[in-house]
Write a protein that binds this ligand. Structure first.
Ligand SMILES: Nc1ncnc2c1ncn2[C@@H]1O[C@H](COP(=O)(O)OP(=O)(O)OP(=O)(O)O)[C@@H](O)[C@H]1O
Ligand SMILES: [Mg+2]
Length: 341
């Protein structure tokens, strides 16, 4: 992953103002001028992600998100795009100038790798916090994106299930660890999980405010989704009283279709069935099947760095806007907390 540099247009977009407005503010001296990079005889204007926070401050803009959201990518069916999409989702939010922490719960370190982060052997992971009682602030590592930090995956996570049962309050270890984060005011914590029902995943569900569930548009995926909703209902009954959340375990459940092929009947039929069965959870945004995603995974880059103008990048941006309620009309749909039934 490289440090992100914003063009004038991108920067104005990230601030939510027009390019002309930004240039006017600059010429009137109301905001600092763009940074410059000389290549040959040409001078290029650019901005960094820190500039977003700085300019928003100068312009008296309110924070983009008021409250912290812990968002877990989960599905009991494997290979639906949890790691790939969660990595680009986390990066895409960080690009908006929002402080994001990505947590990789997978021993295979897929989310870390999708962010171009090659975890070191014996490097830190959430294992150290949950099992060895290490301070969570000490396992958070910076990335080249100033607004994106990471707790990477690590091979040790593969044995965590054997160790978790011996701990006190074993289901709530992640919840309490996240409460102890002091090093930065993260507005979004994005967690990538494994496709199974484990104690680690239970920790993640109990720590989460929102679930993001990628489903493939095939009928096999419905089994996984049905199982997940059933399990959530069970957890809700068992644990809702132990969390201090009003009204239940989770604030939102966002189901979104991944790898949608608009020219395939199966995709269209599955989408129709999902709209019927899971209407209250289903996002309007879907992610199309796009080889650029698989290529970006192989290149270890979030899609916004690999090819920010491809359709998949646009759809992931739209997903971020829909889920975080950054676009007016779409916010409505997800405002009420869907009850798990
Ligand atoms: N929209 C897409 N278009 C094309 N390929 C995709 C898309 N989404 C994901 N993929 C590819 O599908 C594969 C599986 O994705 P990924 O590893 O993110 O799934 P996962 O849910 O994390 O899997 P696991 O359950 O094993 O953790 C990857 O090779 C990824 O590049
Ligand atoms: Mg994965």
């Amino acid at each position: 992953m490289e440090e992100k540099r914003y063009s004038t247009k991108e920067f104005a977009q990230a601030l939510g103002i027009s390019k002309n407005h930004l240039l006017k503010l600059e010429s009137e001296g109301k905001v600092p001028p763009a940074q410059r990079l000389k290549r040959g005889k040409i001078e290029h204007r650019y901005y960094t992600v820190q500039d977003i926070l700085h300019y928003r401050n100068i312009l008296g803009m309110p924070p983009i998100l008021e409250e912290r959201r812990v968002q877990l990518f989960l599905n009991f069916k494997g290979g639906t795009g949890k790691s790939t999409i969660s990595a680009s989702y986390a990066y895409g939010i960080a690009e908006l100038g929002i402080n994001v922490l990505a947590i990789d719960l997978d021993a295979q370190e897929h989310m870390s790798k999708c962010l171009g982060f090659e975890p070191k052997r014996g490097g830190p992971s959430i294992y150290d916090v949950l099992i060895d009682d290490k301070d969570i602030n000490e396992v958070i590592l910076p990335t080249k994106m100033a607004t994106l930090d990471i707790i990477p995956g690590n091979l040790r996570l593969s044995v965590i299930e054997g160790r978790l049962p011996n701990k006190e309050m074993r289901e709530f270890l992640l919840t309490s660890a996240l409460k102890r984060i002091k090093c930065k005011d993260y507005k979004v914590i994005v967690i990538d999980s494994l496709p199974n029902i484990t104690l680690l995943n239970k920790n993640a569900i109990l720590a989460a405010d929102d679930l993001l569930i990628p489903v493939l548009p095939d009928f096999l995926s419905f089994d996984g989704l049905g199982l997940l909703v059933e399990e959530l209902g069970r957890l809700e009954k068992a644990y809702a009283l132990y969390t201090n959340r009003q009204g239940g375990l989770l604030d939102h459940i966002y189901v979104f279709i991944n790898q949608y092929r608009s020219n395939e009947i199966l995709s269209k039929e599955s989408k129709g069935a999902l709209e019927e069965l899971y209407a209250k959870y289903l996002c309007e945004t879907y992610i199309p099947y796009n080889t650029k995603i698989a290529q970006s995974t192989a290149a270890g880059k979030p899609i916004f760095q690999y090819n920010r103008s491809c359709t998949a990048a646009k759809h992931i941006r739209a997903l971020i806007e829909e889920v975080l309620g950054l676009t007016a009309g779409k916010k409505q749909k997800h405002q009420r907390r869907p009850k798990v039934e």
